[in-house]
Design a protein around this ligand. Structure first.
Ligand SMILES: [Zn+2]
Length: 103
């Protein structure tokens, strides 16, 4: 359990579960307050204190995902087919070279 102070930054889960009243160390019960959608927050009242967790700042994660690459990986033929494909290509090349020599 953590006594909350103004300006503390912590994980939301931790703040909601582990915060306690500064005055009496009681576990704080939080209520979601979305009245101001620009400043969504959790509020809690205890011992003449008002506690507020602002959740207007969130963490954003952007990752580049190459969908085509992913799909081709998923549809990739069984690996054993690859050497055979190369072998066929080489055989055809040899055949062509032989024909060129003979012709
Ligand atoms: Zn209290």
């Amino acid at each position: 359990m953590t006594k909350v102070k103004s300006g503390d930054t912590m994980q939301l889960r931790y703040a909601l579960n582990e915060s306690e009243c500064t005055a009496c160390s009681s576990h704080l019960e939080w209520q979601l307050d979305l009245k101001d959608i620009n400043r969504p927050r959790y509020v809690s009242y205890h011992c003449n204190y008002q506690y507020v967790i602002y959740i207007d700042n969130v963490k954003v994660d952007v990752k580049r995902v190459d969908r085509k690459k992913q799909e081709s990986l998923e549809n990739k033929p069984v690996k054993d087919d690859e050497p055979r494909a190369i072998l066929i290509a080489q055989t055809k090349k040899k055949e062509r070279q032989r024909q060129e020599k003979d012709g």
